[in-house]
Design a protein around this ligand. Structure first.
Ligand code: AMP
Length: 114
């Protein structure tokens, strides 16, 4: 855990969030300021500041995050090609990264039908 990291505090349940999925490696919660009807953040439990801080040994974690996105798409019934979703990672100031704990935005225009 990194000191003063908002997402580490969410991971450790020191700060409340609307959690939709959790396992030993990641937590997924609703973005507090949603840009689409579905706007979730897929966040690794281990602190990595950004995509640029990933190491070779994080490869399994990153692939796990992708498979979690797949599971969420199924759970929200947006996994068919008529619907769909976006995965987005922001890096750096010009890239729009505001929180320095790696996260992938999961965005979808269709309201979940769960
Ligand atoms: P980024 O700009 O890629 O770093 O994205 C950070 C995201 O975190 C933004 O979309 C914020 O709305 C979101 N966010 C900030 N604080 C919280 C919070 N306490 N709970 C949920 N989402 C948050």
């Amino acid at each position: 855990m990194a000191k003063d990291c908002l997402f580490c505090k969410i991971v450790n349940k020191e700060i409340d969030s609307d959690i939709v999925y959790e396992d030993d490696k990641v937590i997924v919660f609703k973005d507090i300021n949603p840009k689409e009807p579905v706007h979730l953040l897929i966040v690794p439990k281990v602190h990595r500041e950004s995509i640029m801080d990933l190491k070779k040994e994080d490869a399994e974690l990153i692939s796990h995050m992708v498979f979690v996105a797949q599971e969420i798409a199924k759970k929200y019934n947006i996994d068919d090609k008529e619907k769909g979703f976006n995965l987005l990672n922001n890096y750096g100031k010009e890239g729009g990264q505001e929180i320095d704990h790696l996260h992938v935005h999961f965005l979808a225009k269709s309201k979940p039908s769960t």
